[in-house]
Structure formats: structure tokens, C-alpha cells
Design a protein around this ligand. Sequence first.
Ligand code: SDX
Length: 433
Amino acid sequence: MNAEVQESKASITVAGKNLDVPVMKGTLGPDVIDIRTLYAKQDVFTYDPGFTSTAACESKITFIDGDKGELLHRGYPIDQLAEKSHYLEVCYLLLYGELPSRAAMEDFESRVSHHTMLHEQMLNFYRGFRRDAHPMAVVCGVVGAMSAFYHDSTDISDPWQREVATIRLIAKLPTIVAYAFKYANGQPFVYPRNDLDYASNFLHMCFAVPCEEYKVSPILATAMDRIFTLHADHEQNASTSTVRLAGSSGANPFACIAAGVACLWGPAHGGANQACLEMLREIGSVERIPEYIARAKDKDDPFRLMGFGHRVYKNTDPRATVLKKSADEVLELLGVEDNPLLQVAKELEHTALNDPYFIEKKLFPNVDFYSGIILEAMGFPTSMFTPIFALSRTVGWIAQWKEMVEDPSQRIGRPRQLYTGAAHRDYVDVDDR
Ligand code: SDX
């Protein structure tokens, strides 16, 4: 890796002892103060719960400018990729760093297509779950179980095995997620088809039944592909950082991605799209919106407007801007513009965007607000929203994992702490307590 160490330095003085540390400059974004020698030289830790001011790694994959509302994948703006590219081409870009030639794209698409089936024995694994299990529990379990079925791509020191694991994960996640959907519905699994594009194949595996032909709507396939593209990667978010930390121990790629799935499930992260639709259902009518806006402002009320706000974006989430356009197209196609749930969503968005509290706190609809609306309109139950997010984000996780594993300077991640517990004390026998 080759971030430039610039001439300027930072001075850190603790208890009168001064330490000069280098300042590193990347291509874009804030400079970073390299504090790797701080503990050894000054015997102190930095303290940054939630890592608001901490760069945990160097990366070349994705850049986010929270103030400008800009998201770049290998330098290409997300709105251009959403408009002109497609998910598998964005996968190639994230993994290998450049947009593919036509021949390279055809080869990549063929390798992915020919890895979409699951090991037939894995279908029995599904049958161990209750039918009403949350699909995220199923997806997390099945992805972790991949290391029990694909032993020949778990040696992370072998570049070929890393590549095979990467292709298998990108290829099989749609099948794994679609099968979780079918299992929950009590319907038979629908096998992947190599004559369909990635998004159409996923929709076909979800909504086709053996009794009749299922024609995938091109507009829904485009909206699905756009949702995949807009969720593909997002710098060092909570689940990606989880994958990197798991990978830093040398764990196999399937175990690392399963850890990412588990972290994404949280309602503050990838679970927000499900939580957002459940919130809209709870609000129920446009008339009740003021009550919930008041609750969101009430410091004593833990209620948050799900699908609003972001740790990094402080003006607009560029993905939401693109998805809002897709939402309008899908709703119009499906003739559900007057769906009461979606009316509440549109009115809530309008109210929040014009409320001084939300303007001051820089709270606006994020990617999860609009993705939930589209997925609802497409006929997915809310429980499937986060598994679809996990499917989309698998390429980001595995690209970041690959970058970390291939970085010769990487070491096991092992943060320290500020300890405020009991000082040393001797054991007391039970009769003396
Ligand atoms: C994703 O990191 C990523 O990149 C994530 C993601 C990705 O692609 O990987 O973009 C995907 O996770 C999008 C975010 C989805 N989550 C939600 O929609 C859940 C609702 N949002 C909040 O939980 C919150 O906004 C977060 C978690 C997204 C951001 O949390 P922060 O940056 O830690 O902000 P905060 O919780 O400290 O809030 C700052 C202030 C607080 O008020 P004060 O304490 O300063 O007075 O804003 C308020 C909060 O009370 N606030 C909200 C709010 N979000 C923040 N108030 C009401 N409703 C909200 N949604």
C-alpha cells in the first residue's frame, strides 16, 4: 500500500513529554495522524468509541465525502455507475480496480453464472431451520456453513483459492437468499438459470413456481440490479469493519462473510430497511406522522426515525437520490402510487426534510428508506429486505477482505480499552463475604 507520508508532522505532548508523529495524506479525504508508535513511546492509548475519528486501515476501493454527499467506487461516482453500469460490472470494478474490457466482463459473468448452484447437500441444511426462522438467521447460518462444503477454497494464503471463494460467494448469495425466501414460504427451491442476468435470475428464483412460467419484468430487474449496485460497498461501515477484523485473524472467507451478515442485521445498520417499513406500518396513516416526529425529537424517547440519518453523510446520501428515482418508476409500473404505506413514506419524507430539528441534526432519508419502499412494492416481505442488502454487500465485504489479506503490512486487529473496573483485589472466601 502506498499512502504518502507528507512532510508535516503532528506533535502529541502528554505529561510534558512530546512525541512528533507523521501525518499521512491520501488521494482524497482528511489527512491521518499516524499514531502507531503512540503507546510504545507515550504509554497512552487514544480513545474513540464508535471510531468516529479513526481510520482503521488504508484502502483504494471506496471513498465517501460525507459533506458533499459523494460516493466513489475506485474513483467512479455512484450516480454514473447506477446509470451506466450494472451490478456484475461494479463487482468486477470493486474486486480488480478497473472497469473490465468486453471480453473480461464476459469471462467474469460466465465464471459467476457457473457457480450459482449450491452443493446439493446444503439444501438439507435449510431443513434444520423452523419455517418461521428469520431469513437473516438462515442466510447467516448457510453462509457460515459454506466453509463446511467448499474446503477447496478456504486456504487464504493461496491466491487461486481466494479467487474461487470470491466467485463462489458472489455467485451463490442470490441462491442462498432466494432459497431462504422459498423455505419460509413452504415453496420448492427454484434452481438458478444461466440464461438470465444476475438480477433477473434472483427474481426468478424468488418468484417462479414449478407450475407455470415466470417472466421477469425488465423494469423490476433493472430496479433490482440498481438496488444491488447501490448497496455494493460503503467504505469501512460496521459490517465491513467486522469482516476485516474477522479476516485479520486468518479466518476463512466464508466465516468472515458470515460475520459481516451477522453485523449487518442490526436495525442501526442494514436492518434499518426492515425497521423502516415496520415503522411506516406502525405510523399507519399520514395523520399520525406529527406524533412520531415529536417522538423522534424527544430525548427521553428511544424512538428513532428508521431510514433517516447517517454517520458519514451529513447532507444527502447519494444512493438515496438515485433510489428515490427508481422508487417512483417501480411504484408507477406497479400502479401502487396510492398504497397507504407509501403515502405515509412520502409525507414523512416531506415533513422530515422541512422540519428545523431534522435540518439542524442533518437527518434525511438514507439508502434504507427508499430500498425498503421499492422492495415492499416488488412483493418482498420486510424480513427479506436485509438478506437482499447482505446479498448486495457481499462483493464489498469480499473486496475489502481481499485487499486486507493481500496487504503485506496487515496484522491481527486487537484494539485496547479504557479500563474503569475494579482495581486489583484478593479473592474472599464465601464465608467471609
Ligand atoms: C446504513 O456506515 C454506513 O455506511 C452504513 C450504511 C452502509 O451502506 O453500510 O450506509 C448503511 O446502516 C445506513 C443507516 C441505517 N440506519 C438507520 O436508518 C437507523 C436510524 N438512524 C440512526 O440510528 C442514526 O442516524 C445512525 C445510526 C444511522 C447514525 O448514528 P450516529 O452517526 O452515531 O448519529 P447519532 O446516533 O449520534 O445521532 C446524532 C444525533 C443524535 O442527537 P443528539 O444526541 O446529538 O442530540 O441525531 C439524532 C440523535 O438523537 N438522530 C436521530 C436519528 N439519527 C440520529 N434522531 C431521530 N431519528 C434518527 N433516525
